[in-house]
Design a protein around this ligand. Structure first.
Ligand SMILES: *Cc1c(COP(=O)(O)O)cnc(C)c1O
Length: 378
């Protein structure tokens, strides 16, 4: 049990990020991907965990190639990872060409227009091209890829380093889309026989086999999240969120809790009021009761304190939520903290209780926490 006696009462929550677990997850994925190489996706500020800390930590674990979503994120990452290869999924626009060139950032070109732009202004710097094999989100269609490949063969338009595509249904390995996308991508790969390729996100990396291609690009699994919903999550938890208990209250059977008075107590109840709420990214849709939006019928989120699972009572409010701690002895409560996410309440369990996914919960965690990064590296 970690010692939180030094936990600050200036904040309501403590977010602890375990860099050893992060590095172990990367190492595990890189090992699973062999002989393919393993990049890391650090978009959205490394899924909310701070790219300027996560990027260098992954570099120390051997990662040399990163993907971000936006040019802005790439430029910030460049400050702390001066030698890394950095790809931008969002590609290039007239007003970002110069910045990308000056900082050696590699755009992932997503349309024939972006290819034309980079061919004209990119000074033959490296680029990647994304092919849409089934998401209908971003990238050349398979037909456009064929057109581009013949022009490219004739004119050697751009300095192409990588072709990539993205899986729509990796979280369900049995979904027919996976095989269909792989087949389309194999076809596109055959049009660019000398160019490295990448299809796998975290789920694709865990599926292995032909999904691995030359490069894998996991994100969520590095951060300990569940990539495949039909098997036990093999990754180590990276993020722990503890909420400070601000008050213990004693309420009577028949009284109600929180906004809307939607939770009516069915017994005399000891309540822990904890100082984390939806403004901290702890979702309101995880409320114990009274949220018509959540249709999945789950009872709502739970916390954990020293061996006791404690259900969330009533609605999550902006800064505060309440847990039923009737069964928890006072000396245990005196420790003062409730785990909302961690080894006992996994990221994905907390997310599911709120009708969402670990990705969204992670990237929502706000800026009000006291954050600490723990590591045994010297
Ligand atoms: C976000 C993203 C990834 C990483 O996906 P995970 O499921 O987090 O592993 C890989 N490729 C693309 C194009 C992405 O947008």
């Amino acid at each position: 049990m970690p010692n939180f006696s030094h936990g600050s009462s200036h904040t309501g929550g403590r977010l602890t990020i375990d860099l050893d677990a992060l590095q172990a997850n990367y190492t595990h994925l890189a090992w699973m991907a062999r002989p393919a190489k393993c990049a890391a996706v650090v978009k959205a500020d490394a899924y909310g965990l701070a790219a300027h800390i996560i990027g260098p930590a992954l570099e120390r674990a051997g990662c040399k190639t990163f993907f971000v979503a936006l040019a802005h994120e790439a430029l910030r990452l460049r400050h702390v990872c001066p030698d890394a290869t950095i790809y931008v999924f969002d590609g290039v626009y007239e007003n970002s060409v110069d910045a990308l060139i000056q900082t050696n950032i590699t755009p992932v070109l997503n349309s024939l227009d972006q290819i034309e732009l980079w061919a004209r202004l990119g000074e033959r710097k490296p680029c990647a091209v994304q092919i849409d094999t089934g998401m209908n989100r971003f990238g050349l269609t398979v037909d456009e890829a064929a057109i581009f490949s013949s022009i490219h063969r004739a004119q050697n338009l751009v300095n192409l380093k990588l072709i990539l595509s993205h899986l729509a249904c990796g979280s369900d390995p049995n979904h027919r889309m996976n095989a269909e996308q792989l087949k389309k991508f194999q076809h596109v790969r055959s049009l660019f026989p000398d160019i490295e390729s990448s299809l796998a996100n975290s789920a694709g990396t865990l599926m292995g086999g032909d999904f691995l291609c030359d490069w894998v690009r996991p994100g969520i699994a590095i951060y300990g999240g569940e990539a495949i919903s039909t098997m036990a999550n093999p990754m180590k938890p990276v993020v722990t969120l503890h909420a400070r208990i601000g008050q213990i209250r004693h309420a009577k059977k028949g009284e109600s809790v929180s906004y809307g008075a939607s939770h009516v107590l069915t017994r005399d109840t000891k309540i822990a009021t904890v100082i984390v709420g939806y403004a901290d990214g702890y979702p309101r849709s995880g409320s114990g009761s009274g949220i018509p939006l959540r249709a999945n019928g789950s009872a709502g989120a739970a916390g954990y304190i020293d061996g006791y699972r404690v259900p969330l009572l009533g609605r999550v409010t902006m800064d505060i939520c309440m847990f039923d701690v009737t069964d928890v002895p006072d000396d245990v409560l005196a420790k003062g903290w409730v785990e909302l996410i961690g080894k006992n309440i996994t990221l994905d369990e907390a997310a599911k209780a709120a009708g969402t996914v670990g990705y969204e919960l992670l990237t929502s965690l706000g800026s009000r926490y006291e954050r600490s990064y723990i590591s045994t590296e010297s």
